[in-house]
Each structure stands twice: as structure tokens, then as C-alpha cells.
Write a protein that binds this ligand. Structure first.
Ligand code: NAD
Length: 484
């Protein structure tokens, strides 16, 4: 059978050791792959390439489409871009998949029943990286949640659940506060969920949801998150399994995929033959499934599970065992651990649930079908104004007088809170306000907004940005200020 070319980066710190161990194991298991090595990370950053990826490495990554990457070290100091974020965005790797399973009692865990898969949206949300300083005192970050981005990840989560025989999909958002952005994610979750009658569905508000995930992980199965919450949850659940060194992660897009360990390059353990290669191995197992070599993936995972059952442990798991008063383990180095897994190829675990993957490529391919609203009608405008040293009342009164024929002053807000007309006098304000002007939907024009901006400038006020207020398909498409 023809070998699949994959791009491999050995990374920094413990990267080369755990990559060698991982490749040794999967090749011994018969992986039909041909690794093509590239150099990314510290060495490249130090050459002054701020992304950490040289052009020739990009070529290889794009050509092979499947990328197995060891952790890299991001040098301290400004100017360096996160290599992971760059790769995810450039390759459209919208879905991050992190299984977190308990291997109790072999790897002792406080959560013996845990078997969770965190699916995190990888491109949007506060990770849009769009941040602005609008005044000496105010900085804003844009949380971007889109229809296609949300649909894609939510469908992915349901399709993943279907493919892997998982019984429930849960979403977590903060839509009691973020009514529009997280509200959209939740709404799409409910809508898409209807297409999967055989899968149980649940939605939790993120605060209590995370509290339950941290204390009752056995209640959860597949959990889908917008980017930021997913980032936090995915590290948390892996740590809960016993060691961050166990977790693997898949980043999946329509055309490309990248597989890596959850943890970083752990420089203080580098070159000592002591790091746990299991995280990268678990990533490589997902990669094998992705490229349609489920048979090899199964063989590797079962041998690895048997190694854990035999309590052959790298230092991190050995330390964990001692914490639980367990002494019947054998502590080994990275290479010896890999050899122990190789020695068990062909064996199955006797207690832990064995792996079972069909031989076809088992990661969902997603088609987006929903469209957002169509009919956008202009209703008004929020004009942000930098105004240091002026009271809300004085500013509000001034702006009130600037209403035009089509746009009437409604409220003045500061940090999202209505401050004029004031319901509670003395509310703290910073130097950046937003003034809301509204008119009849459909009757407000861009020229009305320009006229208003002209009047504001004439008053000697500095406007910094303008947000148009719309009705979309007959519904208000902006939030009311607190107190409005
Ligand atoms: P880290 O995950 O590298 O290490 C934290 C600690 O976790 C280590 O000191 C070690 O005790 C333990 N640990 C991690 N991996 C282990 C393993 N395989 N076996 C045993 N123990 C393990 O986190 P950090 O120290 O915050 O970051 C180090 C560097 O890694 C930084 O430069 C950071 O930017 C980078 N990083 C890279 C990635 C990536 O490439 N995907 C991810 C996270 C951090």
C-alpha cells in the first residue's frame, strides 16, 4: 500500500525526544507513512522570522497537508508571533479536538470515570486578535462570532459524536450576558442539534458548566465551545486525567490537519530522556485515524494502554502514582517507554477499554448550510467619543443638542452603562463615551450619520469610531446599553 507523506517538525525542548519515540512506535506498528522533516520554532525565530516558520517549511506543510508537530519554544520578548495561531489561521484549522480520558486505576485519577472530548472552535471569538486603544483609558477587543464559524464547529461536534459512537454533545456559552455573540452560538447549537435526534444535547452557562466539568466530568461526553472557553477547558480536562503529558490534540480544517501534544516544550526536561511521549503519541494516533490507517492507530493505542496497565511510567506518572501511595510501578525514560510500547504491539489492554477504529478516515468533513439574516435596515448609530475631563451630564447635554432631523439623541453610555440621562447619579466614567442616536428604521441614511459627525466635530469633540445600528429581518441587531 502506498505510503502517505506527512510533514514532521521535531520542535524544541523535549520535542525531538518525544517525536523520535512517537515515530519509532508508529513505524514499528506498521504506519504507512513517509515523514518529511521541516525546521520550525526557536531556531527560525532567532533568525528573525517572526512567525517561526520559514517559507520552505510552508511549502512542505501545504504540499503534504498532514502535519505532525512537536512542541516549540516561543522565545521571550515581544515581536514573536505564536506559531500555532499562525498555522491554524493560515491553514483554516477551525476545529481543535482534545480527548481527555481517565486511565484509572493504572494512572490514578480523582476522576475515574472521565472520558470527555473537548471540541474547541479555533479561529474566531476573542482570538480574532482585533484590539484597539480608543482613548488614553479605554482598550477594546472584538469578540467575533460568525454564522458559518459556529455552524461548522457545532456540526463537526455532532458528526464527531456520531462517528465515534458518543452519546451526548454539550455546548457551553455565556449567553445570559453575551446575548448576541454567545447567543448565536447557542441558537445554532439548538438548531443543528435537531438534525441529530439520537444524540443527547445539553447547554450549560459556562461558569457553572466549567465547575461541573471540573468536578463531575463523568456527566459529559463531547463538549463544544467557542474559542476562549474551549482553550481554558481543554487544558483543564487533560490535566485532570493525571498528567498534561498524556494529552494529544488534533487541529482539523477542510483541507489540512495538524496533530500535536497538548503540552509545551518543557525546556527544563529537555535532553534528559525523561519526558512522557504519550501526548504526542496520542496526537499521532489521531493522525493515523485521519489518514485512514485506523488499523495501525488501534494497534498503537492498545499497546500503549497495555503499557499503562503494566504501570511502566515516565517520571510524571511515577510522581503521580506516589502521590496516591502507589509503589508497584517501573519508572523509565522516554526511550525505554517507547520500547515498552513497541514490545506490547499486538497486545490489548485487559481492563481499560480497548481502542477500536474503523479503517476509513474518521474525521468529519463539514458543509455549512445556514445563512445569516438578509434584510439589513439602518436604524441609528453609536458614535464613540474621546472626552477626558468632562462629566457625563455636560457631555450628554451637549450631544442632545446635536440631533438632526433623522437621528435623535437617545442615550450616552460609558463602558456599556447608560450614564445620561442618569438613573443613578455619580456612576464612574472613563474618558471614552458612546452616544446613541436613533431614527425610523429604513429612513436613516449614511448622509445623516455624516451630518451628525460634522456637528460633533464642530463642537470640538473627537469621535473615534462609529457603529451602525441595524434591524435585521425585523429584529434589533444590537444590544441595549445597561440601564437603557
Ligand atoms: P510546558 O507544557 O512546556 O511545561 C509545563 C510543565 O509540564 C513542565 O515543566 C513539566 O513539568 C510538565 N510537562 C509538560 N510536558 C511534559 C511531558 N511530555 N512529560 C512530562 N512532563 C511534562 O509549559 P511551559 O513551561 O509553560 O512552556 C514551555 C514552552 O513551551 C514555552 O516556550 C511555550 O511557549 C511553549 N508551548 C508550546 C506549545 C506548542 O508548541 N503547542 C504549547 C504550549 C507551550
Amino acid at each position: 500500500m502506498e505510503k502517505v507523506k506527512i510533514t514532521v517538525a521535531k520542535g524544541d525542548g523535549i520535542g525531538p525526544e518525544i517525536m523520535d519515540a512517537t515515530l519509532d512506535i508508529i513505524l514499528a506498528a506498521g504506519a504507512r507513512i513517509e515523514p518529511e522533516f521541516i525546521t520550525v520554532g526557536e531556531e527560525i525565530y532567532k533568525k528573525g522570522i517572526t512567525t517561526g516558520i520559514p517559507p520552505e517549511a510552508w511549502e512542505v506543510i501545504r504540499k503534504n497537508k498532514v502535519f505532525l508537530k512537536a512542541p516549540i519554544t516561543t522565545p521571550q520578548g515581544g515581536g514573536y508571533k505564536s506559531l500555532n495561531v499562525t498555522i491554524r489561521k493560515a491553514l483554516g484549522l477551525y476545529a481543535n479536538v482534545r480527548p481527555a480520558r481517565s486511565y484509572h486505576p493504572f494512572v490514578p485519577s480523582k476522576y475515574p470515570e472521565m472520558d470527555v472530548v473537548v471540541i474547541r472552535e479555533n479561529e474566531e471569538d476573542l482570538y480574532s486578535g482585533i484590539e484597539y486603544q480608543m482613548s488614553p483609558q479605554n482598550i477594546y477587543a472584538l469578540k467575533v462570532i460568525t454564522y458559518p464559524g459556529s455552524e461548522r464547529i457545532i456540526r463537526f461536534a455532532f458528526e464527531y459524536a456520531k462517528l465515534y459512537g458518543r452519546k451526548s454533545v454539550t455546548a457551553m456559552t455565556k449567553d445570559n450576558i453575551l446575548k448576541m455573540t454567545d447567543g448565536l452560538f447557542h441558537k445554532i447549537f439548538e438548531k443543528i442539534g435537531e438534525e441529530y435526534p439520537d444524540i443527547e444535547k445539553g447547554h450549560w452557562i459556562i461558569d457553572i458548566g466549567m465547575a461541573k466539568l471540573a468536578t463531575k466530568p463523568e456527566w459529559f461526553d463531547v463538549v463544544v465551545f467557542p474559542n476562549l472557553y474551549g482553550d481554558i477547558a481543554s487544558d483543564m480536562v487533560v490535566e485532570m486525567t493525571g498528567s498534561v503529558g498524556l494529552g494529544g490534540s488534533a487541529n482539523i480544517g477542510d483541507e489540512y490537519a495538524m496533530f500535536e501534544a497538548v503540552h509545551g516544550s518543557a525546556p527544563k526536561h529537555a535532553g534528559k530522556n525523561e519526558a512522557n511521549p504519550s501526548g504526542l503519541l496520542n496526537a499521532a494516533i489521531m493522525m493515523l485515524v485521519y489518514i485512514g490507517q485506523g488499523d495501525v492507530a488501534e494497534k498503537v493505542e492498545n499497546a500503549w494502554l497495555k503499557t499503562l496497565e503494566d504501570r511502566i511510567f515516565t517520571y510524571d506518572l511515577a510522581r503521580r502514582a506516589k502521590e496516591f501511595g502507589i509503589t508497584d510501578f517501573t519508572q523509565v525514560g522516554t526511550r525505554e517507554f517507547a520500547q515498552a510500547v513497541i514490545d506490547r504491539l499486538g497486545q490489548k489492554p485487559q481492563h481499560l477499554k480497548p481502542a477500536s477504529y474503523a479503517s476509513a478516515g474518521r474525521f468529519p468533513k463539514i458543509k455549512v448550510t445556514l445563512t445569516g439574516g438578509k434584510d439589513m435596515v439602518l436604524k441609528g448609530v453609536d458614535i464613540y467619543i474621546k472626552a477626558p475631563g468632562i462629566s457625563a451630564e455636560d457631555l450628554g447635554k451637549k450631544l442632545e443638542g446635536l440631533s438632526t432631523g433623522a437621528l435623535k439623541f437617545v442615550i450616552l453610555a460609558n463602558r456599556g452603562q447608560k450614564v445620561y440621562p442618569a438613573d443613578y447619579p455619580g456612576v464612574f466614567t472613563t474618558d471614552h463615551f458612546s452616544a446613541r442616536f436613533e431614527g425610523e428604521p429604513g429612513k436613516v441614511t449614511n448622509d445623516d450619520i455624516k451630518e451628525l459627525l460634522r456637528r460633533i466635530e464642530e463642537e470640538g469633540l473627537e469621535w473615534t469610531n462609529v457603529e451602525k445600528l441595524y434591524y435585521i429581518d425585523g429584529e434589533r441587531a444590537y444590544t441595549l446599553a445597561q440601564g437603557q
